[in-house]
Design a protein around this ligand. Structure first.
Ligand SMILES: NC(=O)c1ccc[n+]([C@@H]2O[C@H](COP(=O)([O-])OP(=O)(O)OC[C@H]3O[C@@H](n4cnc5c(N)ncnc54)[C@H](O)[C@@H]3O)[C@@H](O)[C@H]2O)c1
Length: 254
């Protein structure tokens, strides 16, 4: 599906990013594993190379304009093209995850700045590159919590919460996606967002049970449950899809 396409995955060394990169390589693409944690990115590349896939690790900080520009220039120098970028990194400060009462103004602004600001920066720099080189494809990782009111009941007694910044960030990313789609739609650039439900990552059993009560047959997803939707958005099968938000959540939001 992605033969010879050069696809950059920000946060490619993380939970979803690693699966995304492996799926891109399995479909014949060249996965650029771009992460502020270069060791994590290199570990993902090693798993791809042992399966004869093509991948490259690059150091990238999505909150640093010079870093984003350096990555674009270095990839263009090596491959002569970049076909797509997945805005998938997940920056957060040390106080991320507090309950609403404990979120300070400074923490709110910092986390929104890192995550939403970083996604804007990556989308902006890649869109300008794409416009100068005939087109491209941007996929922004959003979330069910960009459109769905939080279901706080599932977090009760777990020590977890759904951070207020996350709702603001992901809702804004969905609208940012439409803005970019509209702004660049005559430049052969498209921009869509992908909104997964929660992904399994050693959450407490009580939480998993309450979460799955809102779902169909699966409940919390495995990273691979999102791959089909991602490949669709990256491939020419979705060529005329632009500015849309694709939700994959086993019915959690219904
Ligand atoms: N895991 C879920 O349940 C879930 C559900 C819905 C949406 N999402 C979204 O999917 C995306 C990936 O989530 P994840 O769970 O895989 O996150 P993760 O924390 O496992 O991985 C995030 C990666 O981003 C990297 N990163 C952090 N700051 C960075 C920066 N400034 N520049 C570059 N890289 C940076 C980290 O090093 C890490 O490798 C996020 O946008 C997240 O909101 C996740």
């Amino acid at each position: 599906m992605l033969n010879e396409k050069v696809i950059v995955v920000t946060g490619g060394g993380g939970l979803l990013g690693g699966h995304f990169c492996r799926a891109i390589a399995a479909q014949g693409g060249i996965a650029i594993v771009a992460d502020v944690n270069l060791d994590a990115a290199q570990s993902i590349v090693a798993t791809i190379n042992t399966n004869n896939g093509r991948a490259q690790a690059v150091a990238l900080d999505i909150t640093d304009a010079d870093s984003v520009e350096r990555v674009i220039a270095s990839l263009h120098a090596v491959y002569g093209r970049i076909d797509a970028v997945i805005n998938n990194a997940y920056p957060r400060n040390a106080r991320w995850g507090k309950k609403l009462e404990e979120v300070t103004y400074a923490d709110f602004c910092e986390n929104v700045g890192l995550h939403l600001g970083g996604y804007f920066l990556v989308a902006q720099k890649f869109a300008l590159y794409f416009r100068a080189h005939g087109g491209g494809n941007i996929v922004n990782m959003a979330s069910i919590y960009g459109t769905q009111a939080p279901r706080f009941d599932i977090y009760a007694d777990t020590g977890m919460t759904m951070p207020v910044e996350y709702a603001a960030i992901k809702a804004a990313i969905i609208q940012l996606t439409k803005y970019f789609a509209q702004y660049f739609k005559t430049d052969n650039i498209r921009c869509n967002s992908l909104s997964p439900g929660g992904v399994l990552n050693h959450q407490p059993e009580t939480f998993l049970k309450k979460y799955s009560d809102y779902c169909g047959s699966k409940g919390m997803l495995e990273p691979d449950d999102i791959i089909g939707a991602l490949l669709f958005l990256l491939s020419d099968s979705s060529r005329y899809m632009n500015g849309q938000n694709l939700i994959v959540d086993d019915g959690f939001c219904l």
